[in-house]
Design a protein around this ligand. Sequence first.
Ligand code: GLU
Length: 302
Amino acid sequence: MAAPTFITIGSGSTTGVYYPVAVGVAKLINKNVKDVRANARSTGGSVYNALSLQRGNLKMAIMQSDIAYYAYHGQVVKAFLGKPVKLLRGVAALYPEVVQVVANPDIKSIAGLKGKRVYIGDIGSGVEQNAKQILALYGLSEKNITPIRGSASLGAQLLQDGRIDAMFYTAGIGSAAIQQITETTKVHFLSVSANKAKELIKKYPFYTAREIPADSYKGQNAAVPAVAVEALLVASSDLPNKVIEAVLEQGLFKQGKTEQFVKLHSNLKTYFKLKQATEGVGIPLHPGAIAAYKKLGVSVPK
Ligand code: GLU
């Protein structure tokens, strides 16, 4: 019997979407892929995951597409400057992550966050980058707000308790953290208008204009214009090709198994599609993923 390959999958806060999805990926691997043992770990988020892959502490992770690009090229995020994460490889695009800005109802716009206490993500999150870039779009910097960092669970708690004024959270729609807030607290979802989205995309092409559909959360009766990035499943280039091939062919995209996997979260049910798994990845795909997609008949971008 071959010695098993152990894979730790980095995710995010337990009340985000990454964590339940990573737990699901690990289960799928353990049940269906021979000689591979996987487990999911709760982490600070995208930036932390990229740095942990670099150090060899993680072998797979879920990560925002923008952060994956910055990591691979050593750009934008301070921790990556001059230290590109060259071993980072794409495995599959999972679902869009919308930058959701939830505020107490007195605040009517992102410009109105000036002078307020604002949660901008966990240490090592991708959220923080999105928060900074969107604040800048409205002429604000971190200096114009009181920035609060910590797990998404903490952010949600603080907003519920009225100890902060707003929360940025880049995550799949229906994240437990935001659900928790709207269950008990009256909030207003701040929008990024189509014009502002255009301006942002010009500068940072990883964003797409999307909306938070009406009734995604309790009390959120109208659609909210917003911007989004893509959640990616990524891996270290030192995972053997046949392991990644098996993860995709016998796990995520095996007929019958995919149907079970997508039941984990409404985002997967709506968005996780074999034909779109290579779209918006932005970093080189793992050679094992390329081999699997070729066999599965999915076009692989050059
Ligand atoms: N996109 C977030 C981040 O990278 C995490 C969202 C989640 O955990 O679902 O920081």
